[in-house]
Design a protein around this ligand. Sequence first.
Ligand code: MG
Length: 161
Amino acid sequence: MNVGRVGQGFDLHRLVPDRPLLLGGIRIESPVGSDAHSDGDVLLHALIDALLGAAGLGDIGDHFPPTEEKYRNADSSELLKAVLPLLQAQHYRIVNIDSTVVLEKPKLYPYKAAIRQNLAQLLVLQVDQVSFKAKTAEGLGALGHQEAIAATVVVLLANFT
Ligand code: MG
């Protein structure tokens, strides 16, 4: 059945001192980083959830439980790489992904090209199949007060059987 399937993912983490800030596998220079059991890469976590959701394969917590010690400080790029074969096994390929990160500071503009490129590389896609956007929260709420970072991702899969 040659039909597209859409998936969406969302993730949010607290920002705390003395933690790295990673987005799409790219290290962001920041005085605060993502508080998480894994490396806290909200963009990759939302992407994984979007991919799993589109394929009807559950969510990131089902596949990589945060209660398991082996996922402490896990490299989210490796988690993503573990998900791709699950999609292939069900004969899905990725048509495109669109992503947004909400972060008050620092400005992500200098990192946009690198993040987009790295996402494409991790997903084995062309860069034009990948979109990355950065927003602020206009100083409002936990996101706006630099207490948290959030990401949303939408993905379209096509079945090639
Ligand atoms: Mg997460």
